[in-house]
Ligand binder design. Structure first.
Ligand SMILES: Cc1cc2nc3c(=O)[nH]c(=O)nc-3n(C[C@H](O)[C@H](O)[C@H](O)COP(=O)(O)OP(=O)(O)OC[C@H]3O[C@@H](n4cnc5c(N)ncnc54)[C@H](O)[C@@H]3O)c2cc1C
Length: 462
């Protein structure tokens, strides 16, 4: 096929193509490649990690439920162990915000290398700097190939099974799959955030300030627990400067629609991620909205950085490092699959016959239109299940969806969207793709027993 300007080339046939190299896609690709399949992992950036690298997100939260039981293991935990061996993560540390029991800081450069190594060691093939551009369906309504766009032009890549791990469900949407966006009432989605890394922060001074002025900080489990965790943790997380921020807002110094400065110390002491800007009312699948969000995010970060330097102890000599290479997108499309996970399933811990991953993170909704963040904290021993049916559609039968765009409501997605759970879902997607090929069964009909066996043998928790 060609038009006047573009010739479309055909590439080799793969067993499995994973579209998107974020936490879910990288793990799907690693799991499938470890089973010996010919796997192509396609990513628009020049590195893996998705939000954790490109959007400057961190720490990973949380591998544990509120009681402190580890509910995410498998490849995600293997990644942390590898990072720890290289001194690139302190491992799971107490969360001093007291929102979760633990958070897991990491060095984002090391993460890029480690994810790449895990995939390449398994024999996978990487294709960076490449955008998804379209897909085509055969007579049996199966995905035959996808069209990719890069420096070489447009190329068609064929495979037996496809995994959509774009976060936005780009592949599923192009195939005409039904999807939802945002809240039921008005389709409004969680806001975007431009994360900013700030260095040379005097963390001893920050800690002393928290101890001296605890009522200027917001601890989900109260001041006493917050100060206890602060003393225990090697890396600080804070919902900070509540009163100082409010006063600066009243003086007109800051306009960001946020309640406080949320920040997290990274694996590198004194370097923090400022997760505070908030861009509401825009759609992360609309390129014009995305462009506007990038501009607004950087403008908000100027205000936030100035506020920190002027008013916050420990930030006097802080230096602004890079903002993330792209705006952080919390929520866009959620594909409508064979089962739609709900908030009730999360809160009541529905027992599914086809659980492929567990989570313990609360329902965490950054308001689409107000200066608030709405959380539903879960019972201490929560281990909610993600069913396999949320990853597949009735048609096409050779498509698996992984990560934050699986089939769920706005509220349920606000819980499992975090990176440890996205990695667990990704590993399951890779196992499903593998079973589909090994047992010559359509990906949306793979026997759960086979997937379960593979996941358990790879140390996953179901
Ligand atoms: C601002 C912000 C703060 C957050 N804070 C935390 C936190 O502190 N801790 C935590 O654990 N989680 C946090 N999250 C949630 C978490 O980061 C994401 O929900 C999670 O990364 C989802 O993983 P994913 O693999 O589904 O998608 P993504 O991480 O979005 O990965 C998708 C990948 O696909 C690629 N891609 C997308 N479309 C295309 C295309 N058309 N062509 C080629 N490649 C494409 C992208 O470049 C990306 O690499 C935060 C998210 C945001 C936005």
């Amino acid at each position: 096929m060609s038009d006047n300007n573009h010739k479309i080339e055909d590439s080799a046939q793969f067993d499995i193509i994973v579209m998107g190299g974020g936490p879910s896609g990288a793990n799907a690709a690693i799991a499938a490649a470890r089973d010996g399949h010919r796997v192509l992992l396609v990513e628009k950036h020049g590195f893996l990690g998705g939000s954790l690298t490109a959007m400057g997100v961190g720490p990973m939260m949380s591998f544990h439920n509120p009681a402190g039981e580890q509910v995410v293991m498998g490849q995600a935990e293997e990644l942390i162990q590898r990072l720890m061996k290289k001194d690139a993560s302190p491992g799971h540390v107490p969360d001093s915000v007291t929102y979760c029991s633990t958070v897991t800081p990491f060095d984002s450069e090391a993460l890029k290398v480690e994810l790449e190594s895990m995939f390449l060691e398994a024999g996978g093939e990487l294709l960076y700097h490449t955008h998804f551009a379209g897909a085509d369906i055969d007579e049996a309504n199966r995905v035959r190939s996808i069209l990719l766009c890069n420096k070489a032009g447009l190329t068609r890549y064929a495979a037996k099974v496809f995994v959509d791990a774009t976060g936005d469900g780009d592949l599923a949407a192009a195939l005409g799959a039904s999807f939802a966006k945002g809240r039921d009432a008005d389709n409004a989605m969680q806001p975007m955030t431009m994360n900013l890394k700030v260095g040379n922060v005097d963390m001893r001074a920050v800690r002393a300030d928290v101890i001296a002025n605890p009522d200027n900080f917001d601890f989900d489990m109260g001041v006493e627990e917050g100060l206890k965790r602060l003393a225990e943790t090697s890396r600080v997380s804070l919902k900070a400067y509540v009163k100082t921020w409010q006063a600066a807002k009243e003086r007109g110094e800051v306009t960001v629609p946020r309640e406080y400065v949320l920040f997290f110390e990274t694996a590198t002491p004194g370097v923090v991620i400022i997760n505070t800007s908030r861009i509401q009312g825009l759609d992360g699948t609309n390129p014009h909205d995305l462009s506007r969000a990038e501009v607004l995010g950087r403008q908000q970060n100027l205000e936030i950085f100035r506020f920190l330097k002027q008013h916050c102890r420990g930030f006097e000599k802080a230096i602004r490092m890079d903002s993330a290479s792209q705006i952080g997108i919390r929520e866009t499309r959620r594909v409508r699959g064979r089962y739609t996970l709900t908030a009730e399933d999360i809160v009541n811990e529905t027992d599914f016959p086809d659980s492929i991953a567990l989570g313990g993170y609360p329902i965490d909704i950054h308001s689409p239109d107000a200066v608030e963040t709405n959380s539903t904290h879960l019972a201490k021993n929560t281990r909610y299940q993600i069913p396999m049916r949320c990853l597949v559609l009735d048609e096409p039968d050779n498509l698996i969806v992984a990560g934050r765009c699986i089939s769920a409501t706005h509220e349920a997605m606000a819980a499992f969207r975090v990176t440890p759970i996205a990695m667990a879902i990704g590993q399951a997607a890779g196992a499903m793709a593998s079973v589909s090929i090994l047992e010559d069964t359509p990906a949306n009909q793979v026997p759960y027993a086979s997937v379960r066996k593979r996941l358990l043998s790879a140390n996953a928790r179901l």
